[in-house]
Design a protein around this ligand. Structure first.
Ligand code: ADP
Length: 242
């Protein structure tokens, strides 16, 4: 499933809900193949930023570019991206293989080409033996791995993840963090990952964008944020990790 990652560039993105400004002129340059995490407290604008990239939310101002192309109001399914959410939302009446094949059907990939893609996606998440099982027969962690397989099966060049481990207990979270790191390394896809968990961000990311009140307070590697926090907020927020 190897594929190049795409660059994702946000230029001065603003999104308001009524009188309330959820994100206020956010700019961010994600390099092709990078693992970037949007980290910050609840309500700081991380999900809104991700939703603008996904096309779920239309920005009031600013531009989004993927690989240098202005995206405008292109619908979500025409953007070259995959998505994983906290709630994996698999179809309960469909097998694992059918769940993973679903986006291929949506994208009108010819039937003959679907099986090898599903197989490769199952291999990526190490669930080869689970193709004919049903979601209810799997643990939460395994279901989330199916959701990851479903999001990468059509080989998007950008993968967006919104608190994908949020519904899992600590031990599973730790295991899946390693899985996510490995999958990122194997695919070469650009990952944009949302979490409020400092430790998760530190373990996973090439770079971290620290959000506060609708804007990015600092962008840097874990080391930079620890050693050279630019604001008191960053020092305190990063310092809260255990
Ligand atoms: P985070 O992901 O960092 O927790 P969000 O991006 O979800 O933050 O939300 C940022 C702010 O925008 C929050 O105060 C939230 O209540 C508000 N918000 C998000 N979506 C909507 C919406 N659809 N309508 C009104 N307010 C919203």
């Amino acid at each position: 499933l190897s594929g190049r990652g795409a660059g994702v560039r946000l230029e001065n993105i603003t999104k308001r809900f009524g009188d309330f400004t959820a994100i206020d002129g956010v700019s961010l340059d994600v390099r092709p193949g990078e693992f970037i995490t949007l980290l910050g407290p609840s309500g700081s604008g991380k999900t809104t930023t991700l939703n603008v990239i996904a096309g779920f939310t239309e920005a009031d101002a600013g531009r989004l570019l993927i690989d240098g192309t202005v995206i405008g109001s292109l619908p979500t399914h025409k953007r070259d991206l995959g998505m994983v959410f906290q709630h994996y939302a698999l179809f309960p009446h469909m097998t694992v293989a059918a769940n993973i094949a679903y986006p291929l059907k949506q994208r009108r990939v010819p039937k003959a080409r679907r099986a090898p893609l599903v197989q490769a996606a199952l291999e990526s998440v190490r669930l080869n033996d689970f193709a004919h099982r049903y979601p209810r027969e799997l643990s939460g962690g395994q279901q989330q791995r199916v959701a990851v397989a479903r999001s990468i099966v059509y080989r998007p060049r950008v993968l967006l993840m919104d608190e994908p481990l949020g519904a899992l207990d600590k031990k599973l979270r730790d295991r899946l963090q390693l899985e996510i790191r490995r999958i990122h390394a194997e695919l070469g896809t650009t990952f944009v990952y949302v979490t409020h968990d400092q430790d998760e961000a530190l373990v996973l990311s090439d770079r971290i964008a620290v959000f506060n009140r609708g804007d990015i307070e600092q962008l840097g590697t874990a080391e930079e944020l620890y050693e050279r926090p630019r604001t008191l907020f960053v020092a305190r927020f990063i310092g809260e990790s255990t």
